[in-house]
Design a protein around this ligand. Structure first.
Ligand SMILES: *Cc1c(COP(=O)(O)O)cnc(C)c1O
Length: 486
């Protein structure tokens, strides 16, 4: 072997080893997909054993490739929340679509760099195509929508805050927030996702710049309260610039009144952003799409394909119909990146996004959609909505009280038997019931707090493989928990 080949073989491995490795990885993934429903949903509690095994890996004594893969695959089957399990009723962490797994494998193998058109014309064109087509689902004109795939909803919302700042305040790009004549403030509902707080910190606005608008009894942002807060803040010398509506809250799947918030934003001259990270998937189901009426008026929108569209982790999307926004926020010139004819249809994403070098995030959406088709996707989403309906029915039938009002498959509920012990005791009981279900390993569920309502149990139909029997097992486990907790 030449010295070069010998050195490279450390990373490339020899042909025979490589082929065996692919077969092993495929077997491990296939074994996981077909066997996950038999695993406990929650991670194993013996974390000391996990740390002991991890500690045994010694980088001074390299492993055989098969052993290294085996360590990870065996370990993940034991020490991980099994989000691929049909009875994971938790946050928005779905099982991966099979075409999404294939896409991520191809992305790693070909190592596409989609930061610039010249680097991966096909990779970038695929993402541009998805921006146009998904944009159209939200009511944007395909020729007049810009956008970029992001690591997730957090980065997409961060992008919205920067885009709105850069577009609203011409001095922002050069001088930052300290160049402005006052404090820029933004508005989210009391039930909005906390990524806006992070974005406010990262943009130098601070937590206090995030105004939490009260919600009504159905947990929807109150447009009248929004308008009053904007006027009061302006009278006090602050600079309102952004109103955020949530289309599918993380807590309860509630959709803010998009048209009414768009009206306020228009009257008050605010950027209107819709955070549809999870609920945006409703745009793919013809009978649910009207729930999202009003997104066409949004200046920008967040959508996460790694949530309800079930592609593997790391697939957010930021869309905007303000074609100068991303450029105002992120454009710059370098000597070291070859200059092309950068344009909306042949974008260089490194000058239109927070990221620079970037993995092909859109590929897993593209391949999943190419094989499922719009109708296939709609059918899986519709099934999950039906399972949400079944869960509501079964819970009511067993004397639980459903407290949230949404057609989307998130159910927030309390023990219908009223207690006179006060909020703290009620919250403790619900936590104990949830802990009982989780410890049993049969299902995973959580509790949360809803504004004005208090503590609730929360179950989301997160998996496209959840069936009626899984729903019934969850309700049985809850019943048992209720019995044990008393
Ligand atoms: C999950 C979520 C986010 C954050 O998205 P990540 O993909 O986790 O970064 C933002 N907004 C809403 C409404 C969400 O549900």
């Amino acid at each position: 072997m030449t010295a070069t080949r010998e050195a490279a073989a450390v990373l490339r491995l020899d042909d025979e080893t490589r082929r065996a490795l692919w077969a092993r990885v495929a077997d491990e993934v296939e074994g996981y997909l077909t066997g996950v429903a038999d695993l406990p949903v929650r991670p194993g509690r013996d974390e000391d054993e996990m740390l002991r095994r991890l500690g045994e890996i010694d980088f001074a004594r390299p492993l055989a490739p098969g052993d290294a893969v085996g360590f990870v695959a065996d370990g993940l089957a034991r020490w991980q929340m099994q989000c691929g399990h049909p009875r994971y009723f938790g946050l928005f962490n779905p099982p991966s679509s099979t075409m999404g797994i294939a896409a991520d494998t191809l992305a790693a193998g070909f190592n596409l760099q989609v930061g610039a058109w010249h680097h991966s014309p096909l990779g970038v064109a695929i993402e541009r195509r998805l921006v146009r087509e998904l944009g159209a689902r939200f009511g944007f004109q395909p020729d007049a929508v810009d956008g970029t795939f992001t690591s997730g909803g957090n980065e997409a919302n961060h992008t919205a805050v920067i885009g709105a700042l850069a577009s609203t305040f011409p001095a922002f790009r050069e001088g930052g927030v300290r160049a402005l004549a006052g404090n820029p403030v933004l508005y989210v509902s009391a039930e909005a996702h906390h990524s806006f707080v992070k974005a406010a910190r990262a943009c130098g606005l601070g937590d206090r710049a995030v105004r939490h608008v009260p919600v009504d009894a159905a947990l929807r942002m109150r447009p009248d309260a929004l308008e009053r807060m904007v006027r009061d803040d302006r009278a006090a010398g602050d600079l309102p610039f952004l109103a955020v509506a949530t289309a599918g809250t993380t807590n309860a799947g509630v959709i803010d009144p998009l048209e009414a918030i768009a009206d306020v934003a228009e009257r008050e001259g605010l950027w209107f952003h819709v955070d549809a990270a999870w609920g945006g998937a409703a745009a793919l189901v013809p009978e649910l799409a009207p729930l999202l009426d009003g997104t066409s008026r949004a200046d920008s929108l967040t959508f996460d394909a790694h949530k309800w569209l079930s592609v593997p982790m790391g697939a957010g999307l930021f869309l905007t119909r303000r074609l100068d926004a991303l450029t105002a926020a992120f454009h710059l010139e370098t000597a070291y990146v070859p200059r092309g004819e950068e344009s909306l249809e042949r974008p260089d994403y490194y000058v239109r996004s927070l990221q620079w070098s970037r993995r092909a995030i859109g590929l897993k959406v593209f391949l999943t959609l190419a094989v499922a088709g719009w109708d296939g996707y709609a059918a899986t989403l519709r099934h999950q909505v039906a399972m949400g309906g079944l869960l509501r029915e079964e819970l009511r039938g067993s004397g639980w009280t459903v407290v949230n009002d949404t057609p989307l498959p998130i159910v927030c509920f309390t023990d219908g038997r009223a207690s006179d012990e006060g909020d703290a005791a009620d919250a403790q009981r619900l936590d104990a019931i949830s802990a009982h279900v989780v410890e049993s390993g049969r299902a995973w569920i959580s509790t949360t707090r809803l504004t004005g309502i208090g503590s609730v149990l929360r179950a989301c139909i997160t998996s496209f493989e959840t069936g009626p029997e899984d729903v019934r097992v969850l309700v049985a486990a809850l019943e048992e928990g209720r019995g044990v907790v008393g």
